[in-house]
Structure formats: structure tokens, C-alpha cells
Design a protein around this ligand. Structure first.
Ligand SMILES: Cc1cc2nc3c(=O)[nH]c(=O)nc-3n(C[C@H](O)[C@H](O)[C@H](O)COP(=O)(O)OP(=O)(O)OC[C@H]3O[C@@H](n4cnc5c(N)ncnc54)[C@H](O)[C@@H]3O)c2cc1C
Length: 468
């Protein structure tokens, strides 16, 4: 059966082709006669982290009531998404909205739905855009509403990669969860309650897998983590860094199964997941499976209309795309990372916040005919699980040096790593740092000081960063 979205898309294309063939039958704007049509000077499509920070920047720069709309598939105002895999799932002292609306994650003002109202910013929630016509500057929602804009900011973020995408047998069983939006987290919480003290298998050893493994254990589940690599977070962690986290998790009685993947699931008579079959032949019992095997940028709406690169929408250092008056920010943007002279797409919250602010500054500056500096981003990632907290700044390329105490049984482990390329420090990681120390590793990654010897770096460790 054809989906509502498919039908809406077809109707919209049909309507547009009729308008194009018989423009005189309609007003100057062929779509203007539609009741459901709304026009804005600025539209942000997507209502996540980048949208929240864009709204705050628009308000700071000055907008008139009714000029800005944020259109979001989600039912709630922009919030700090990282909370979903952390405090939102805690068994006690959990975070709930409105506690973590943007922009509290960076220590800023919490923008409640009333804030948008006061500023005259229209929050159009529970509204999925199903068609975007960038040439006609028009968006169409699943419910048939038409939105026109002068300037568009694409902030659709990313979506999870699903095991069903690879045809994994039984991957559509009930109680197999992915975590992207607050609705996903709410469904998971319901099943955590229903399957109290049960068994959970976490598929994936990236930061989502590690954070979810920890919260499921905190919820008193018997947790097994399965991932294909030789160690967790292989895209960032060195073997030494990973061995600390794997040891720490093992001490929390989380079973870690490496070097294999889930190849199938069996379900019980209710269709609920029962077992996870691994490629190496093992079978793990499961009441809940949580999957974190990566994401992909949500560019589908704009395919063929805008230039793409490295899986995202290509932008310049002002987040302008190849289409005039269209910007892309956050997870969806592939932008010039000036520090390393290359195009990158970054799926992390700090970049979502900063790219949104940069895009709005650029839009407002171009209206005023003023120049602004190009985006000059220092990559920053972080994660928290159990009592642990790490931060990473810069680039994880070249040789590595580990420093500090990475013994997982230490009462207060604190360690880090530097990455050294062409005789310079280019990246720095720190577990257990205080705010001053975290600032110090950011500074060393940004300034890239020359390294005299790897031995010295190892011996002096964090002191070197703190001296800069
Ligand atoms: C569970 C979880 C934990 C995370 N933890 C961390 C962390 O600890 N550290 C870190 O650095 N990063 C973390 N991240 C990544 C970080 O949250 C993202 O990089 C960030 O949210 C990207 O912001 P964004 O605005 O580009 O996209 P998002 O915040 O994903 O927002 C996109 C919005 O667009 C909406 N949307 C999409 N398509 C449409 C459409 N067609 N019509 C209308 N609306 C649409 C979506 O519903 C969503 O509201 C985490 C991500 C997740 C999912």
C-alpha cells in the first residue's frame, strides 16, 4: 500500500507541474492560494540541537516577530540530544524535559516553548517535511501544509543505521531499540520497566553503545556488549585507551564480546526478541537489544538539488550550500575544517551548536553587507558513562603517547593521550579532567606545539598541556 508520505509527494509534484504549465491560472505565486500556506523570511527545517542554537542566535542578532519558523518532526521544542543516552535513562535522578531544552548543554539560557512565543518565533512541531523544492523555495509537510521561505537552514541532523538496512534476520522483532529521538528513549524506558532486571544485549561499541551499556547496567540489567572491532570506539580510541574502558565495564559486570557481530535474532510468540545469534556461533539471551551501529546524514529531501560531499551537504565556511539562500548546519553539513585543510562532516553536539551560530551570523552579516570570519573549528567530542567522563580535542592522527593512570581498578583513574603528527601535537584526550585541565588539552590541540621527544610527552603528560 502506498504511504501517506508517498501520496503527498506525488500530489505536490502534480500540483507543481500544473502550476508550471498554467501559471496564469494562479496568482503570481501559484501556491499562494492554498489555505495551508505559510511564508517566513527564515525557516529552519529540523528542530534539534542546531535549530535551538540557531534560534538563540537569531534572537541575539535581532529578528522581527513572525520572521522565523522552526519546523520539526519531533513534538517538543529543541533539546540537548546527548541527554537521551545519559541522564534521561537513569533509574533515579533522571533528567526530563523541560530540564534539558537548548541551550543548557553549553551553560546557556534554557529556551522553553514560551521563549519562542515571546520572541515571535514560530515553533511548528510534529510536522515532517516530505518534499523540498529549493528552486521554488517551498517545503511541503506530510499533512499537506506548504511553507515558503526566503532563507532556509537545513538542520535535519542524522538518522540511525538499522540492522534491517542490512537484512539481518529477525531484526524487526519487538524490543530491539535504536536511540535518536525522545520518542525512542520513552519507548525504551517503558520496556526497561516491563523487563525489570532482565538481560540486555548492546550491539555496537561506539560512544552510543558504551553509554547505553552503562545505563542499562545502572538499571540493573545483565548486560552484554557485542562489537566487531578488536576494541571499543576504534575510530577514536587507541588500544590503550579502550583497554581502560573495557576493564572498567568488566568490573561493573558487563560482558564484552569482541570480534564478532549479530547476524540474527529470534523472537518469542509475542514477537519480542528472545535471542541474539552471533556470527561466531554463540547465542545470547535477550529481553532488550539496543543497537548503536552508526548514523547517516538526513540529506534525502534535498538529493539532486544541492551539492553533496562525504555523505553530507557541502557547505563553505559560512555554511552556505551550492544553492543560494540555503544553508546547512550540524550533522548534515560537510564543511571546510580550516585547521586541517579538508572537508569534514562532524556528528557531534559542539559542532551542531557552533555551526548553527555561524550560519545565522553569516546570514545577518550578509544582509548588513558586513564580512565575518570563516568557521574555524577545533573538533571536540565528549562522552560520559558511570562515573567516567572524557573529552577529546583536535585530530586523532599520527603517533600516540599515553600518560597518567589508566588502571581501571584505580580509585580515581586519570589518564590521557596525545596524537603527534609531523612533529606537532595535533590531538589530546583526557579521562577524568577538571574544567581547567580540559581547557588545557583544548589549547594544546589548537596551538599544535612542536614535540621535542615522545618520551618527554609521556613523562610530563598533562603538565605539558597545562604549561601552554
Ligand atoms: C542518543 C545520542 C547521544 C549523543 N551523545 C553525544 C555526546 O555525548 N557528545 C556529542 O558530542 N554528541 C552526542 N550526540 C550527537 C549530537 O546529539 C548530534 O551531533 C546533534 O544532535 C546534531 O544536531 P543537529 O541539530 O544537526 O541534529 P539533531 O539534533 O538530530 O536534530 C535534527 C532534527 O531534525 C528533525 N528532522 C529530521 N528530518 C526532518 C524532516 N524531514 N522534517 C522535519 N523535521 C525533521 C529531527 O526530528 C530532529 O528534531 C548524541 C546523539 C544521540 C542520538
Amino acid at each position: 500500500m502506498q504511504s501517506i508520505r508517498g501520496i503527498a509527494r506525488q500530489l505536490f509534484s502534480l500540483f507543481r507541474s500544473v502550476c508550471n504549465r498554467f501559471p496564469r491560472c494562479f496568482d503570481q505565486s501559484p501556491l499562494a492560494s492554498r489555505n495551508a500556506e505559510k511564508s517566513f523570511k527564515y525557516v529552519v527545517v529540523g528542530g534539534g540541537v542546531a535549530a535551538g542554537y540557531a534560534a538563540r542566535e537569531f534572537a541575539k542578532q535581532g529578528i522581527k516577530p513572525g520572521e522565523l519558523a522552526i519546523i520539526s518532526k519531533e513534538a517538543v521544542a529543541p533539546y540537548e540530544r546527548p541527554a537521551l543516552s545519559k541522564a534521561y535513562l537513569f533509574p533515579e535522578g533522571f533528567a526530563r524535559l523541560p530540564g534539558f531544552h537548548c541551550c543548557v548543554g553549553s551553560g546557556g539560557e534554557r529556551l522553553l516553548p514560551e521563549w519562542y512565543k515571546e520572541k515571535g518565533i514560530e515553533l511548528i512541531l510534529s510536522t515532517e517535511i516530505v518534499t523540498a523544492d529549493l528552486a521554488a523555495k517551498t517545503l511541503l509537510s506530510a499533512a499537506g501544509q506548504i511553507f515558503k521561505y526566503h532563507v532556509l537552514i537545513i538542520a535535519t541532523g542524522s538518522t540511525v543505521v538499522r540492522l534491517t538496512d542490512f537484512g539481518v534476520q529477525g531484526a524487526d522483532a519487538k524490543n530491539i531499540f535504536y536511540l535518536r529521538e525522545i520518542d525512542d528513549a520513552n519507548k525504551l524506558i517503558e520496556v526497561i520497566k516491563a523487563k525489570k532486571n532482565g538481560k540486555c544485549v548492546v550491539v555496537g561499541g561506539g560512544y552510543i553503545g558504551l553509554e547505553l551499556g552503562a545505563v542499562m547496567r545502572m538499571n540493573n540489567f545483565d548486560v552484554s556488549m557485542v562489537y566487531p572491532g578488536p576494541w571499543c570506539m576504534p575510530r577514536l580510541f587507541t588500544a590503550d585507551i579502550a583497554s581502560f574502558y573495557e576493564g572498567y565495564y568488566a568490573n561493573k559486570r558487563i560482558k564484552i564480546i569482541k570480534g564478532t557481530v549479530a547476524v540474527g535474532f529470534t523472537a518469542d510468540a509475542n514477537g519480542e526478541v528472545k535471542d541474539v545469534k552471533l556470527k561466531d556461533g554463540r547465542v545470547l539471551e535477550a529481553d532488550i537489544v539496543v543497537v548503536g551501529v552508526g548514523g547517516r546524514a538526513l540529506t534525502t529531501l534535498f538529493k539532486g538539488q544541492v551539492e553533496e560531499e562525504k555523505g553530507g551537504i557541502k557547505t563553505d565556511g559560512f555554511f552556505k550550500t551550492s544553492v543560494p539562500d540555503v544553508h546547512a548546519v550540524g550533522d548534515v553539513a560537510t564543511f571546510p575544517l580550516k585547521l586541517y585543510g579538508e572537508m569534514r562532516r562532524v556528528e557531534h553536539v559542539d559542532h551542531a551548536r557552533k555551526s548553527a551560530e555561524q550560519a545565522v551570523k553569516a546570514i545577518k552579516a550578509s544582509e548588513d553587507g558586513k564580512p565575518i570570519d570563516e568557521y574555524d573549528y577545533l573538533p571536540y567530542f565528549y562522552s560520559r558513562s558511570f562515573d567516567l567522563s572524557w573529552q577529546f580535542y583536535g585530530d586523532n592522527v599520527g603517533d600516540t603517547v599515553l600518560f597518567g593512570d589508566n588502571n581501571p581498578t584505580s580509585p580515581k583513574p586519570k589518564f590521557g593521550s596525545y596524537w603527534i603528527k609531523d612533529g606537532k601535537v595535533v590531538g589530546a584526550f583526557l579521562e577524568g579532567g577538571n574544567p581547567e585541565e580540559n581547557k588545557a588539552i583544548a589549547k594544546i590541540a589548537k596551538l599544535q606545539p612542536p614535540v621535542e621527544s615522545l618520551e618527554q610527552l609521556k613523562n610530563e603528560g598533562l603538565t605539558i598541556a597545562c604549561k601552554i
